[in-house]
Write a protein that binds this ligand. Structure first.
Ligand SMILES: Cc1cc2nc3c(=O)[nH]c(=O)nc-3n(C[C@H](O)[C@H](O)[C@H](O)COP(=O)(O)OP(=O)(O)OC[C@H]3O[C@@H](n4cnc5c(N)ncnc54)[C@H](O)[C@@H]3O)c2cc1C
Length: 337
């Protein structure tokens, strides 16, 4: 059996390792555009307060996975799926330009969601969705600090990631303004009382929190970047943190059913019986995307067992909750996930 997995996040790597534990002789190939190894995406938002983050964030090197007889092709982009011939097309510095599969596992995760009005300004802001993003942000920040400047940041978006990043930058002493469109922080996950507490914790750490902000766009002014709302304010850099957008492009091109994510049934099977999807990209029949580490790991372990013939029942989401990694903040009520 040739199993090909696209993506080296928690979904792809957990699946590969679990499937290897079920089957010694299957050919397992994991293809990813990453070069740095398998890393912890949640730790990205602690990327400023930890000096050694660029090393400690790596959970496993690709060589370690190869020792487990998982063929990892890194620095490679999957550009197309040919369902009738059961092959995928690959671009990159690797030798392989196409691969056959018996079962294809789609675990390409998600990108940062950029609201349409911001898209024309993509050169003017950062996102924080990958280790490559974090390295770029850290490099930019170090450049300012080396000139004895205190970086001034605007974070656009007061959801989970925006609040976490604002908090981490404030902890290292930077000046941070957080713009949020709604009337309270993390309104989708937190009860009003916890939003108010979070607001206070961020303010006490030095973050300027601006609610009900309709950000219209950005302007470059010499070394600075301006945020346009009713007024125009100036910063060294901007980070847009407005949610995530599942990588559905490949599935769409291949004619698979796609909604907000790639549509799967309770067996994580797409509209093609030999192609499965899991992780941030998978949209379950209840319309939900389980974009958190704990349920994704559960999907990966379950799917490996199912394809190996050891699971008969469909996947059921585990009971789980999450937490914002904001320094000094603990919510009183459980989060809505
Ligand atoms: C800053 C931040 C903080 C977070 N904090 C938490 C938290 O505290 N708790 C929690 O549970 N969750 C958290 N999350 C969410 C969690 O990290 C994600 O739900 C999870 O990592 C998604 O895993 P995945 O394997 O589905 O996708 P990803 O981790 O996105 O991995 C997908 C991989 O596929 C690769 N890929 C995509 N397309 C292609 C292609 N065409 N060819 C080759 N490779 C491709 C990508 O490069 C990537 O390596 C956080 C996310 C972020 C960004």
């Amino acid at each position: 059996m040739e199993i090909v997995i696209i993506g080296s996040g928690v979904a792809g790597v957990s699946f590969a390792e679990k499937y290897r534990s079920h089957s010694e002789d299957a050919e397992i190939t994991l293809i990813t555009r990453e070069n740095d190894g398998y890393y912890s995406r949640p730790l990205l938002s602690r990327g400023f307060s930890k000096d050694t983050i660029e090393q400690t964030i790596i959970l496993k090197t690709f060589d370690k996975l190869r020792e487990n007889n998982i063929n990892v092709i890194s620095g490679a982009d999957i550009t197309a799926i040919d369902r009738s011939n059961k092959t995928i097309a690959i671009e990159g510095s690797c030798q392989e330009k196409s691969l056959n599969y018996d079962k294809l596992i789609l675990a390409p995760g998600s990108a940062a969601f950029i609201p349409p009005p911001f898209r024309p300004y993509s050169q003017l802001f950062f996102c924080l969705n990958s280790l490559v993003d974090l390295k770029a942000l850290r490099k930019f920040r170090t450049g300012l600090v080396n000139k004895n400047r205190k970086p001034e940041w605007a974070i656009i978006g007061g959801g989970l990631i925006g609040c976490e990043v604002a908090s981490d930058l404030a902890v290292v002493g930077d000046k941070v303004t957080l713009f949020h469109a709604m009337d309270r922080l993390m309104e989708r996950q937190l009860q009003p009382e916890d939003s108010a507490l979070l607001h206070k914790v961020l303010q006490d750490s030095g973050v300027k929190v601006l609610l009900n902000q309709a950000v219209q766009g950005f302007i470059k002014q010499e070394e600075k970047v301006c945020v346009k709302t009713d007024v125009t304010s100036e910063f060294d850099a901007l980070i847009v943190a407005c949610g995530f957008k599942p990588h559905t492009e490949l599935a769409e091109q291949a004619g698979l059913e796609v909604g907000r994510g790639i549509k799967v049934n309770q067996y994580l099977q797409t509209s093609d019986e030999d192609i499965y999807a899991l992780g941030d990209v998978a949209e379950l029949p209840n319309g939900k995307l389980y974009a958190f580490v704990l349920p994704i790991r559960s999907q990966a372990n379950w799917l490996a067992g199912y394809i190996a013939g050891q699971e008969q029942q469909s996947w059921t989401p585990p009971v789980f909750t999450t937490k914002a990694k904001v320094h000094g903040f603990e919510a009183v009520h459980p989060y809505a996930v």
